[in-house]
Design a protein around this ligand. Structure first.
Ligand SMILES: Cc1cc2nc3c(=O)[nH]c(=O)nc-3n(C[C@H](O)[C@H](O)[C@H](O)COP(=O)(O)O)c2cc1C
Length: 351
């Protein structure tokens, strides 16, 4: 069944055995120091039949950490643990792409090493709360605005994280540019009130993302770099006066770079037709996401609109999603209560 999903695919330097991509999912199993848990090797290896696994979001620095028990790829112990994990997944036939993030203002000092501050494009605190293991639900930190001369340092951290991810055997990296984290904070008028070269006009607001992609591409080519976007996404208190125009200009700017792929969340409940928007302004390979089942995914790939479709929630309780789609088997549901809890329950115990 669903033949289009089973055709191999090449995205830049990334080889996919099929077009069923595992979407990035934060699962909060890492150690407090950001070292991925030993059980995460098993979690990803069980899902190695995906055409490509995009990892959970991985922080590029301690300052970029937002959530409890999320992994990083900036310390030598983190890098060593990733190396083992990636080797295990590869020896099971899997292809891993690491999603890189910096949470910016979506953070609490409770979740970071002592003394590490929270930064953002502008000193505007996000409405809402974030979970911490030490103090339960707490307000987001009031961020400090990054100085102009600090911005290149953050971009360099993305470059270094890319170098680390590729060195441990990842086939590529994905810039997380949605969900209210730092790149999205630079893009959006509600979070970016800067008056230097990184704020104000759309051209200035997209600069951070463009320069970050260039830095990531400098490591081993743009064709090992993807970007994930969701224009109009209000998650984590994100607002933009005109996301249609912001993303049109961003896409036009990155289109000539020759990226491996663009990963778009369609967000049916959002203010824009995200799929129409990306096709209008981006000519490279596009991966669709959000709420797809096998039949609809097969149809968008068969018709050539998407090169692949990514699935998040279906992969939680169906590690063998690929074979289930092939045979038309009914998919299992997952337990919400164990999505973000430490340990193997609800993580490596789904068959
Ligand atoms: C438990 C969970 C964790 C997620 N973590 C991330 C993440 O780290 N990075 C990201 O870009 N999206 C994340 N997402 C969003 C998913 O990648 C995806 O966009 C969303 O679930 C819609 O796809 P689906 O309908 O196939 O589940 C997460 C979603 C879930 C359910």
């Amino acid at each position: 069944m669903y033949k289009a999903l089973f055709k191999p695919l090449t995205l830049g330097q990334i080889e996919l055995q099929n077009r069923i991509v595992m979407a990035p999912m934060t699962r909060n199993r890492a150690r407090p120091d950001g070292v991925p848990a030993a059980i995460s090797s098993k979690y990803y290896a069980l899902r190695a039949s995906a055409g490509m696994i995009i990892t959970e979001a991985v922080q590029i620095s301690e300052q970029g950490k937002g959530y409890a028990r999320t992994p990083g790829i900036h310390s030598s112990t983190q890098v060593a643990a990733w190396e083992q994990l990636v080797q295990t997944v590869r020896s099971n036939g899997g292809t891993l792409v690491m999603q890189l993030f910096h949470c910016g203002r979506i953070s609490s000092h409770h979740n970071k090493a002592p003394g590490v501050d929270t930064v953002a494009p502008s000193a505007i605190r996000a409405q809402g709360q974030i979970y911490s293991d030490g103090a339960g639900m707490v307000a987001f930190d009031s961020p400090r605005a990054l100085r102009t001369d600090e911005v290149p340092t953050v971009i360099e951290e993305y470059r270094q994280a890319t170098e680390n991810a590729l060195a441990v055997g990842c086939a590529g990296v994905e810039l997380h540019a949605t969900s209210g984290y730092l790149p999205a904070q630079f893009l959006s008028t509600g979070t970016n009130r800067r008056n230097d070269r990184y704020g104000g006009s759309v051209r200035n607001r997209i600069r951070f993302v463009v320069e970050t992609l260039e830095a990531m591409a400098s490591v081993s080519g743009a064709d090992r770099v993807g970007i994930r976007i969701c224009p109009g996404n209000p998650f984590n208190d994100l607002t933009d006066e005109d996301p249609g125009s912001t993303f049109a200009q961003l896409l036009q700017a990155i289109d000539p770079m020759g990226l491996a792929y663009l990963h778009v969340i369609r967000l049916a409940s959002g203010p824009l037709d995200n799929l129409a928007l990306v096709h209008r302004h981006f000519s490279g390979p596009i991966i669709y996401n959000d709420g797809y089942g096998a039949a609809e995914a097969n149809e968008v790939v068969r018709s050539g609109r998407a090169v692949a479709v990514s699935f998040a929630r279906h992969f939680i309780a169906n590690p063998n999603l690929v074979s289930k789609i092939r045979s038309g088997e009914v998919l299992a549901g997952f337990n919400r209560k164990t999505l973000y809890t430490p340990g193997p329950r609800g993580y490596t115990d789904y068959q």
